[in-house]
Design a protein around this ligand. Sequence first.
Ligand code: SF4
Ligand code: SF4
Length: 255
Amino acid sequence: MRTLIEDFITDYVKSYPALTGTVTSWLDPLVAYADPADPLFNELKTIISPSHLLPADLLPAARTVVAYFLPFEPLVPESNISGRLSSKTWATAYVETNTLIADLNRSLTTELAKHGYKAATLPATHDFDRVKLISTWSHRHVAYIAGLGKFGLNNMLITAKGCCGRIGTLVIDVPIAKTARPNREYCLYKLNGSCTACQDRCVNNALVNGVFDRQKCWAMCRENAAQFQHLGPASVCGKCLVGVPCSFTNPAAPA
Ligand code: SF4
Ligand code: SF4
C-alpha cells in the first residue's frame, strides 16, 4: 500500500495542471509516515494548544498519519524574492495548492476505499483561533513528527527539497512502516549559527533575534490577502522562504 499511496500522490500532482488548468506546477512530492501513537502528538497539546487534535480524533481506527510536501516549481519562489508584497505568482500558487491538497486528499480517500481502507483529512488551511493564531491541526508539526523535515529559524519545515511548497496530511487505517525522524538540524542557524538569511529578509520585523512574532507575521499575511483577494483566500507572505539557503534543499545535508 505504501507504493500505491506514493505513486498515487506523485501521479496526481504531476497531472493536476493539465487536468485543471492551474498556473502553478509542482515538483515531485515527498511523503513520510508517522505512528498515531507517537507520544509527540500528545505533546502538541502543550506546545500548540490543549485543543490540538490527536490522529484518533480524526479517525478512531488510525494506524498511520501520512504527511506529504508539494514543492513549488522554482519560478514560483523566484518570483517572490523582490518587493515587500508577495508576487501574484506566489499568491496564486498558495491558493491553487490549497485546492490541489483538498482534491488530492479526496481522491486518495476514494482510492483507499477501493482497497477497503478509510482516511480522514483536514484542509490545508482551516479555521483557527484568530486571536491566538493557533490551529487545531498543525500540518507542519504533524509533518515534523512524520520525519518529513526539521523546523528552521523561519518557523517553516525544511524538507530534503527545501521549504518552498505546501504540506498536506491524512490519517489512514492502513498499517505502514514509520519514517525515521532526522537526527540532525537542517537549518544552518540551528546547526551552527552560520545563517540568518530568513530573518534578514523579513519584511515586517516578525523575525528578530531568533524570535518569531506571530502577530506581526499575520499582519503582513493579511496585507497580502487584501491585495490579492480577487485570487481567493491568499493570506501569504513567504519572503523569508525565498532567496535563502533552504528554499529548495536541506542546506545542512552533507555534500
Ligand atoms: S534561511 Fe538560514 S537561518 Fe533561515 S531557516 Fe533557512 S537555513 Fe535556517
Ligand atoms: S512570512 Fe513574511 S512577515 Fe512572516 S516571518 Fe516571513 S517574511 Fe516575515
